[in-house]
Design a protein around this ligand. Structure first.
Ligand SMILES: NCc1[nH]cc(CCC(=O)O)c1CC(=O)O
Length: 308
């Protein structure tokens, strides 16, 4: 019997590969098919190639997914595995997110060389991050620090820290855990001070909307609570990210039947902050996220989004 393998597209970083392998392993278990029925295809993205500028300057998030989505649309792959955080808020028309794996820890961590905790850093210490959200949250807490753009995948960033380019950096705990490198974290940051980016810690599986067979294959590995939370967070982001230069945090999670949402926008210098906390029904996730976004838009005023 010959079967064409199901082709799984992913970026080539160690983290991306670990995530793609996790999806493949779950699909093997849920479908009873052997590993040889799946082929992991590495696709290089513009986000991987551009290393010297913040993503907000070169077109934002879609950069880590564009080439992979093109491969899906062309039929070169059947499904794509992404960090949900890296996905643009609007997907190409013919694509859909068919499954989210159970979410990993959503918190950010500090990895310090000059001191284990952010409070331990000496005045003016250099912290590297390419994330506008992390930079702004850090400035709010420690306006004296010097911020540097630190790009590259998780390994590269840890190597740059080790080499002394910066005194500390901020990373997602989820990524470190998936790389079995969580020991690198010197401080796990509290959710109220460092609310995560929408989608952080979640792995999304994208496919063609009209590919019924792949959608059916993915259905059993979809985690409903993560899916609900992500609907809220992505709806929130869609209302707010007309400009991808606005630092935005958004985190939804289910507590029983209730969906709790925390959203925050701030100026890049961390001086102005607008924040909202809401609770709603899990079934209303998208509406909850959208309304939280509208509330913040109204509270901040349109000029807030134009200032930089
Ligand atoms: N391209 C950045 C990126 N996208 C997803 C993760 C971590 C894993 C996750 O949030 O699921 C990271 C690295 C980081 O923020 O430290």
């Amino acid at each position: 019997m010959t079967t064409t393998p199901i082709r799984i597209g992913t970026r080539g970083s160690r983290l991306a590969l670990a995530q793609a392998h996790e999806v493949r392993d779950r699909l093997c278990r849920s479908s009873g098919r052997p590993e040889t029925d799946f082929a992991v295809t590495v696709i290089s993205t513009s986000g991987d190639r551009i290393q010297d500028r913040p993503l907000s300057e070169v077109g934002g998030k879609g950069l880590f997914t564009k080439e992979i989505e093109e491969a899906l649309l062309d039929g070169r792959i059947d499904l794509a595995v992404h960090s949900a955080k890296d996905m643009a808020t609007r997907l190409p028309d013919k694509l859909t997110i068919a499954a989210y794996l159970p979410r990993e820890d959503v918190r950010d961590v500090f990895v310090g060389r000059a001191g284990p905790r952010i409070v331990d850093l000496p005045q003016g210490a250099v912290v590297g991050s390419a994330s506008l959200r992390r930079q702004a949250l850090l400035r709010r807490l420690r306006p004296d620090l010097t911020l540097r753009i630190l790009r590259g995948n998780v390994q590269t960033r840890l190597a740059k820290l080790e080499a002394g380019e910066v005194d500390g950096t901020l990373l997602a705990l989820a990524g470190l855990k998936r790389l079995e490198a969580e020991a690198a974290a010197t401080e796990v940051l509290p959710l109220d001070l460092f609310p995560p980016a929408p989608g952080q810690g979640a792995i999304a599986v994208e496919t063609r909307a009209d590919d019924e067979a792949t959608r059916r294959l993915l259905q059993p590995i979809d985690d409903a609570p993560t899916h609900r939370a992500l609907l809220a967070e992505r709806a929130f982001l869609a209302v707010l990210d007309g400009s991808c230069r606005t630092p935005i945090a958004g985190y939804a999670h289910l507590e029983g039947e209730a969906l709790r949402f925390h959203g925050l926008i701030l100026t890049p210098d961390g001086m102005q902050v607008h924040e909202t906390r809401e609770t709603g029904a899990g079934a209303d996730a998208e509406r909850l996220g959208r309304e939280a976004g509208r509330r913040l838009r109204a509270a901040a005023g349109e000029r807030f989004f134009e200032g930089w």
